[in-house]
Design a binder for this molecule. Structure first.
Ligand SMILES: [Zn+2]
Length: 180
């Protein structure tokens, strides 16, 4: 995996542009509240149709975390969703393999509730080569976006390439396929 240049440790949170934050490899990405019950994993209930998706993702990732490269189990198959706030669509566009600490960092709100907040912050620092202060800003930004998204109603959509590759996912979007 290509290593990105670390953020300058002394760069202040305020002077960093939005694109700098967005370029960091590990991003907290909390799921909007109204979508908590909607996921491919929940719909497929750990059966064979889910397992085939997970195995494909593991194979593509080389049995390692797609974000930090750790091979230590447990490795989770994380759903990648794109939230289009203008159109009000939540689109499932892919899957990635994440290790336990990257998983907590991704679900940083849940990490706080379940007692993994420190682990999540430490992983944000380590993977992104940022200071603890910067990791806290990254978290705060994500939580602000999350709160805004919690106020919205969402239509569920599926990327056409996923619908084609995994027909078992089609009921999730009720036939709504959408390109990003
Ligand atoms: Zn990882």
């Amino acid at each position: 995996m290509k290593k990105k240049a670390p953020l300058a440790k002394n760069a202040s949170a305020r002077t960093l542009a939005k694109r700098v934050w967005e370029s960091l490899r590990l991003q907290p990405d909390p799921v909007p509240r109204l979508l908590w019950r909607i996921s491919a994993y929940r719909m497929l209930k750990r059966g064979k149709p889910w397992e085939s998706i997970r195995q494909d993702a593991l194979e593509r990732a080389g049995q390692k975390c797609d974000i930090c490269g750790a091979a230590t189990p447990p490795l989770f198959c994380h759903e990648r969703w794109h939230y289009d706030e203008k159109r009000g669509t939540a689109t499932l566009y892919g899957f990635q393999i994440v290790c336990d600490p990257c998983n907590w960092a991704t679900h940083i709100g849940l990490a706080g509730v379940r007692g993994h907040a420190e682990e999540a912050l430490a992983q944000l620092c380590r993977v992104n080569s940022i200071s603890r202060k910067q990791a806290q800003v990254l978290k705060r930004r994500a939580m602000e976006t999350w709160k805004k998204r919690n106020q919205m109603q969402w239509k569920i959509a599926l990327m056409p390439k996923l619908a084609e590759r995994y027909p078992q996912l089609r009921p999730l979007a009720g036939g709504a396929y959408i390109g990003l």
